[in-house]
Design a protein around this ligand. Sequence first.
Ligand code: SF4
Ligand code: SF4
Length: 390
Amino acid sequence: MYYKEIAGVKVSALGMGNMRLPTVEGQGEKIDREKAREIIDYAMSHGINYYDTAYRYHAGESETFIGEALKKYPRDSYLLASKFPGHMVEKKGNGVLGFVSGLAGWPDSTVDGVFHEQLQKCGTDFFDFYLFHNVNEKSISIYNDPELDIVGYFKKQKEMGKIRHLGFSSHAVSASTIDEFLTRYEGVFDFVQIQLNYLDWKLQDAKSKVEVIGRHGLKVVVMEGVRGGRLAALPEEQMAKLRAVREADSAARWAHRWLQSIPEVAVVLSGMTTLDQIKENTETFASPDPVNEEEKALLSEVADSMLSWVPCTACRYCTEGCPNELEIPKIIAAYNGVKNGDFMARYNPDDADPSMDPRRCVACGNCASICPQGIKIPDIMEEFSKMLSK
Ligand code: SF4
Ligand code: SF4
């Protein structure tokens, strides 16, 4: 493993994301703790020291799990990052926050209540890194709200030693939103976590976001480096182009080597679900091996051929609020497959699990209101249903 720095702290170039841990078959997001623990132990024994979680990952179980899994290791042998869920709450008055529609059943709380619940769930007295989750065009008003004073509250927690370094994650549409937030709170943050990969360089203008963060002198923590697995399983035509240059390299290795070529990047998070994935990724990050200019141009070509795909990252934020318990990211993956002509033969919604049938969508819109990628999910469901009935 090679290492980089965020504000003087030595961080592993590959970080463990804890939102796609292995799950128990047929039990939604419930973590398969035995398998997940094996992955964390592998990470710890192969030099990964950065562990990222958030209030709502795995329907709230991720924080509890990672706290338990890391407990046997000395507290100074790993760095723990979690996030305040400001993008999913609304004000109810007197500092009380309720979760937005689509997350029914989550209790009202306060900023202080959420933070202390997180410390307790993670079994720690402090977070090494703490982020405001998804500062975007919509949630920025909550984070800037003078009555809630979220930034002031967490600055105080930092002074009290309960947080070592502050940052924020962002799925903002525009780089100017990130710039606005950084300018308003200049000096508060040490890093910004963004969705970055060779497809989003253009698709989500990640290039401008990296430039903005770099201009403020901060480091980038990468999420969705392989776009929820999309860039780890390229269509055969694209894969053949890559194999012609480096025969043995997987698509995921290409995506990670591209990230290694971006100087502002400190940690590349990967939501690793299997031991095979973490084995391959720790090998990729054993020492820097960034793509050269020719390889970069080739990946840009590959990205151009994929720009018409629905940009779902399989984050699963949308699934919890679906009244018909549809497997939305899997349906979108099927839709992308059908549209690209490599899935139709295998997809018949009459044979599939009802959770995979787009025709069961009632267009309630719960999913679209929470999707960080701004995907118009009910429209996709409608179009896919029409395509399948032809
Ligand atoms: S719009 Fe359709 S897919 Fe989205 S939450 Fe409602 S029923 Fe589920
Ligand atoms: S549709 Fe949006 S919220 Fe749902 S899994 Fe995909 S990216 Fe995430």
